[in-house]
Design a protein around this ligand. Sequence first.
Ligand code: DQQ
Length: 538
Amino acid sequence: GKHVDELRTGFHFQPPEHWINDPNGVMYYKGVYHLFYQYNPKGAVWGNIVWAHAVSKDLVNWVMLDPAIYPTAPFDENGCWSGSATVLPDGTPVIMYTGIDVDGRQVQNVAYPKDISDPYLREWVKPGYNPVIAPDAGVNATAFRDPTTAWRGPDGVWRLVVGTKDNHRGIAALYRSRDFKRWAPARRALHSGDTGMWECPDFYPVTSPGGGVKHVLKVSLDLKRYEYYTFGEYDHTTDAYVPDATLADGDDGLRYDYGNFYASKTFLDTEKSRRVLWGWANESDSAAADVRKGWAGVQAIPRKVWLAPDGKQLMQWPVAEIESLRGNHVNVTDKLVRGGGGNYFEVTGLATPAQADVEATFQVMDLDKAEPFDPAWRGADAQTVCAARGADAKGGVGPFGLWVLASDELKERTAVFFSVFKRDDADDVAGGKKHVVLMCNDPSRSSYAEELYKPTFAGFVDVDIAATGKISLRTLIDHSVVESFGGHGKTAILSRVYATKAVGDKARLFVFNNGESDVKVTNLNAYDMGSAKITTDR
Ligand code: DQQ
């Protein structure tokens, strides 16, 4: 029907129909970006999993190809689950993925391109010697999956990590190989934690602002359905990984995204010398609604990822290529939204506010109005605080921010906003900062529809707001996706919402302020976004 089509994205990746989940085997090879992803060729629910395949020259427009890897052999006949690509020194790409074998065991298999002169690498061959990594005695064969991209040590030996668990302990199991064919488990895991199964691990170097290199380890928490990362020192000789002591190493750790974003994976873009992150965003409507729609799941906009100048966290920003879709542009400069609660103005002039890119800088005019950060919230996560103090709360400084996908009568609206509190403690974590900045996504009023999962998502933004009084927000609005970046990429939140009235050209965009302090929009640029070109080449 019309309504469900209006929820399809214009510039977030999704295939024409059916279910998708994890990005797989992402890579750049001879001028072409490859995205493989978990896909059900038969329906809009998880199952019958194969590796679907799409290629792009710019990470924006895609050519859809036939599935690249699908069950064909005893070592994967019950499914082709997640994995990664590695480009070997001779330029040959190799995929390692998890097969669900005839006995239901999770094993790791390799696949090589059939014809490396095909720039699209359409066909993949699985050698008969698969699996190359099987669960040994003592390994949980139903929790042993999602191999990372491999890296080579100074000794010329390949290493990679497989996600697994031992009871409640999540493990990044390390394997080694000289020839990518015979793999042996290392005596010690790369890392582990008391957080349940570790899915989709990722391990990669980032340049340290202080010089040298840090390594990032990201894991997806099967039980919590979110990801966290640490970074620290990795010794290439001993394969010891020691996360920086200042970082939380558990489910309270740093996240790429505090919203709907899972099973992510990075690759090194050698063309543009950057690391690019892909992540999957599930639906937040019901499975029955997905079947009616005929599709489920999108990929987040690929994000450049790097270590912050202060060395305390990763930064993320949508790849610059996405800006090629920007069209008609609206600007607001130095517009005051008075305090006192309930003040707002509309950003007019966009043709497609349901498909837009908004960048805004807010200046808090009276930081002294910030309320003290409730001691009861100390140690609580941002989500708990924001769930207690949603977008409609009357605060001291904030809530202020955007209402996106808003309907005419303003009953449907998704709030993306900041709240600022005074820190009454001088703990080390604050690093001298006197305020706590909270970034939230409140979808509680996003839709008239029922049976939606509408959790508040939130993260802290580690900025010193007292220095300038300013905080920035970028929000990519794409029909049923609201993907936001606070503090120039310090905190990201992706949310899925399902407006019924605020769809297509009926959606509207507002700036609101529910705090006591005035807030000035010093600069806001909003762009209509064109649609990505999706073509088929079969
Ligand atoms: N999805 C895949 C698994 C992975 C999970 C199966 C994470 O390989 O652990 O579709 O979303």
